[in-house]
Design a protein around this ligand. Structure first.
Ligand SMILES: C[S@@+](CC[C@H](N)C(=O)[O-])C[C@H]1O[C@@H](n2cnc3c(N)ncnc32)[C@H](O)[C@@H]1O
Length: 222
């Protein structure tokens, strides 16, 4: 999947994945993550998710990465409006950096980011990042994510559905695939698995009558 696919979706405002409210998976399960207030949360492939605002409001710092400048401009505006602060935008070494106290939004290709670019990470929130990527990119994504965050704990949200009926994104990912990517490094706990199709009616239109959402907590093995 080429980066243009996503950039064009943002240009055309085809962003059905974007939600106006903080994701219940985050709100309901964040407290189970082994982190303290003030910790630094990495949000890969963040779009303009209001989940970032929720995390900031809860008292954490955020570093988030996204390809689309359209998305990050909107997210920076939202942060400015919500917290009454100025977000500084600058291009540095080919990355677009949006900065304010406790906030770093990085405009660039996730796969090219280094541990130095994102800085220290205490915990990762992955909603619609792993599942945004086709099968051939997911192993690299998982490996790169672990490398640049030193396998920080993750709250990971995946979906699964009948692959004969629909193709992604969002891509269907089984619990066994999550285990293939992360099982060697992390202890993986399934926090919740529930039917989501009634909240995602657009996928009914694509032929699905079930879409299961699973929330996983990943904590590095000792
Ligand atoms: C399905 S959306 C999810 C956005 C966000 N996590 C949310 O919950 O609303 C996937 C996002 O990943 C971004 N993306 C895709 N490939 C990327 C890459 N290589 N580097 C950075 N961002 C990428 C897209 O622009 C898109 O905004």
């Amino acid at each position: 999947m080429k980066t243009d696919f996503w950039l064009e979706r943002w240009q055309r405002n085809e962003i059905g994945f974007h939600k106006d409210k903080a994701n219940p998976a985050l709100v309901n399960h964040w407290h189970t993550m082994p982190v303290d207030i003030g910790c630094r949360v990495f949000v890969p492939l963040c779009g303009k998710t209001v989940d970032v605002v929720w995390i900031l409001r809860e008292g954490y710092q955020v570093v988030a990465a996204e390809l689309s400048e359209v998305a990050l401009d909107a997210l920076a505006d939202q942060i400015e409006g919500e917290f009454g602060l100025a977000v500084d935008k600058q291009t540095v070494d080919g990355l677009i950096l949006y900065r304010a106290a406790g906030i770093l939004l990085i405009g660039g290709d996730f796969f090219k980011l280094t541990a130095r670019d994102i800085g220290p990470v205490d915990v990762i929130y992955d909603r619609a990042a792993l599942i945004a990527l086709p099968p051939e990119m997911r192993k690299d994504y998982a490996q790169h994510l672990m490398a640049i965050t030193h396998s920080a704990p993750q709250l990971l949200v995946t979906v699964d559905y009948d692959r004969e009926v629909m193709d992604g994104p969002p891509f269907a990912i089984s619990t066994s695939e999550v285990n293939d990517h992360y099982g060697a490094t992390y202890q993986i706990d399934e926090m919740e698995c529930r039917e989501q199709i009634d909240e995602e009616v657009r996928f009914r239109d694509r032929g699905l009558n079930s879409m299961m959402q699973t929330v996983h907590r990943l904590v590095a093995k000792k």
